[in-house]
Design a protein around this ligand. Sequence first.
Ligand SMILES: Nc1nc2c(ncn2[C@@H]2O[C@H](COP(=O)(O)OP(=O)(O)OP(=O)(O)O)[C@@H](O)[C@H]2O)c(=O)[nH]1
Length: 296
Amino acid sequence: MDIQWFPGHMKKTQRMIAENLKYVDIVAEVIDARIPVSSRNPDIDTLVGEKPRLIVLNRADQADPAGNRLWGDWFRSRGWSVLETDAKEGKGINQFSPVVKEVLKDKIQQWQAKGQVGRPIRAMIVGVPNVGKSTFINKVARRKSAKASDKPGVTRGKQWVAVDAGLDLLDTPGILWPKFEDPQTGLHLAFTGAVKDEIMDTETLACHLLEELAAAYPAALTERYKIAVPERSEEEEGLAYGYALLEQAARKRGFLISGGEPDTERMGKVLLDEFRAGKLGRFTLEKPQTISEETE
Ligand SMILES: Nc1nc2c(ncn2[C@@H]2O[C@H](COP(=O)(O)OP(=O)(O)OP(=O)(O)O)[C@@H](O)[C@H]2O)c(=O)[nH]1
């Protein structure tokens, strides 16, 4: 499935990030713990350059705990600081400020040496749409989300959120990129709702999701939909395997159309809704070894 999604405002966001980088001390990249590869903007390294960075592994409650451990270790082993969060419930949020201070400890010492006592840390929050940035910011700011005073040179001052005297956050709109090199990236962003449903066929998307879940988490499908998940045979072409699972699930749910045929469209929508709502279980769809040598 070829997914192209780069509306004009994304380009504006990219520009806004680039222009405001000089006003911030650190960039917190909020990624989706279920898809840590696909939810990272491939342009972010170039965009952010040498600026200190922190990875926020959000939606940790929806990802496989073993996957969270693997990814935490993976990022740390490469010298990155990582914070695991469930922004919805506020888990891990209290650690944000201490981790930011730890990452910037040398810089803070320099400020103090220069007499810049009380200078607040400015952190930019970036991430794909729907990853949980606003929820994260509101929780870090303890929901008060008071507006910080306008910063010199910052054109869109309204996006600053004061957490306390020592920390200001710069909110940015969700960002995607012009082309998904790997079609799987587009699919994963669609499964999780970062890419809007309207741009692709729900049934097809559901078949892809079923195929991935059947390969990695078959027991979850059996448990939720009471369906048998057979091994995928070599002969099955295209999405035939996923479609057969979708038909089975539709029948079990009693979703039938005239003539007794399974209503796969309705089932597809239900599957995506239930996956996104976490009703199917906790899944990590991408493992560290998914990353090829070139992208490391
Ligand atoms: N289960 C779970 N849900 C979350 C988490 N973080 C955010 N959500 C939910 O995900 C939905 C989207 O969250 P937002 O904070 O609006 O996402 P956003 O990244 O600001 O979205 P954009 O404005 O589109 O860029 C909301 O319903 C949140 O309650 C999390 O860690 N776990």
